[in-house]
Design a binder for this molecule. Sequence first.
Ligand code: ZN
Ligand code: ZN
Length: 182
Amino acid sequence: MPFSHDMVYSLATVVDLINTSPEAGDRDGLADLADLEAFVRLRQVSGVAALTPRDLAEVVELRQAFHAVFTAPDRTTAISRLNTLLGRTRITPSLTEHDGFPLHVHYFAPGASVAEHLAADCGVALAHVLVEDEWERLRTCAAPDCSHVFVDESRNRSRVYCDSRTCGNRIHVAAYRARRRA
Ligand SMILES: [Zn+2]
Ligand SMILES: [Zn+2]
């Protein structure tokens, strides 16, 4: 996939965002404002003003909308869910070279809240994935006790676990033990 740096970055951000949700397996990673502040810092969401409880509520709602795109049962549903999300997002493209990154496009509007910022930039990144007919790369981990989402960037679209170092290994070890017991 010829995805630019900022697209790859936005995709990683949306994956991280969705994986904070309790439905993705663990505790709620956005339980309070401190969690949201940590997320904004970690993902270097730029141009964000002081965060409020309203920001938290909006981001939690957005997280669910993005999750629904990842878990759509088919391509058509993924498209319509993403269109709904994009349709209620203000989007203003602008060229930028901030922080030493090569020239790239930001999509969030001036003065955007953190939820609007994430909806615009991550929404457009996901739109490109769909446009490239790569919808199937939006995956949920195949490990039975893990529901993390990920974007399969492997050449032959063969990745099934969210993180081969943890889930993949865990499953391989379990399968190995099961074979030895058999
Ligand atoms: Zn940027
Ligand atoms: Zn996993």
